[in-house]
Design a protein around this ligand. Structure first.
Ligand SMILES: [Zn+2]
Ligand SMILES: [Zn+2]
Length: 250
């Protein structure tokens, strides 16, 4: 198989999925230069939603002061920008499922570094509606969950949650519409409930914007008797807004 792979690589040299430069022998999917340009979120960040904060004087971003999320914690690898944004777009809209290896790898590094995640017993991905999953061929959150599962050695239950409504994409909707859009859009899979009731769950998604999707999934899981829900995502969007408003606080 390796010989065949080498032969294919010789005929069609593998390129970096973002900058299209020819990959070196030690590089896979993404070149080292692009990888090094991924901006990781480092402290200080919001202790609830993981958004970057402007200084160490505050623990919580302005959006989390206004809204109390039902999950106990969520972290993002990076702001939604640059290389991370390109990788997520390739994963969601261009069929490049291999990018989930890079994104999932980065997510697992964040989880491993944080004491808060130690009690997570199960991984549950945010589900896609069956129609969307059929169109895309896969659920990107499930692919990310698979990477996390093998890196962290925690089992994944891909079908614990069911998306009961085919909701329009959240990406371009304003905050209030996002909430309505996903309201009641999920239910638990009763045939899997005994696997996750009484457990602390790590909920996986690609992008965190207002938190509407993670909020709704968490509420559904809590109805299904999970003990606690923590989240991990690749990127947080709208983080500039959170910082700007935080700056104005006394
Ligand atoms: Zn590159
Ligand atoms: Zn926050």
């Amino acid at each position: 198989m390796n010989l065949l792979r080498d032969l294919i690589d010789l005929i069609i040299p593998p390129l970096c999925c973002v900058c299209k430069r020819r990959l070196k022998n030690d590089e896979k999917i993404l070149c080292n230069d692009c990888y090094s340009r991924i901006r990781l979120i480092t402290p200080p960040y919001c202790e609830r939603c993981g958004r970057p904060l402007p200084n160490l004087d505050i623990n919580v971003c302005n959006t989390c002061i206004v809204e109390k999320h039902p999950f106990s914690y969520v972290r993002s690898v990076s702001p939604y920008e640059g290389i991370i944004e390109s990788l997520i777009i390739l994963l969601k809209y261009n069929g490049k499922r291999q990018t989930s290896k890079i994104l999932g790898g980065l997510m697992s590094k964040v989880v491993k570094m944080e004491e808060t995640y130690r009690n997570c017993e199960l991984i549950i991905p945010v589900p896609l509606h069956t129609t969307r999953k059929r169109e895309r061929g896969y659920n990107q959150a499930e692919l990310l969950g698979n990477e996390l599962s093998s890196e962290l050695n925690i089992p994944i239950i891909p079908n614990a949650l069911i998306r009961t409504r085919a909701t329009p994409s959240q990406t371009k909707l304003p905050t209030e519409h996002r909430k309505k859009n996903v309201l009641g859009a999920f239910s638990i899979n009763k045939r899997r409930q005994e696997l996750f009731s009484g457990k602390t769950v790590l909920l996986v998604d690609d992008v965190f914007t207002t938190g509407a999707t993670l909020n709704e999934c968490t509420k559904t899981l809590i109805k299904g008797k999970t003990t606690d829900v923590l989240g991990i995502v690749c990127a947080v969007a709208g983080w500039e807004l959170a910082i700007k408003t935080s700056d104005k606080r006394p």
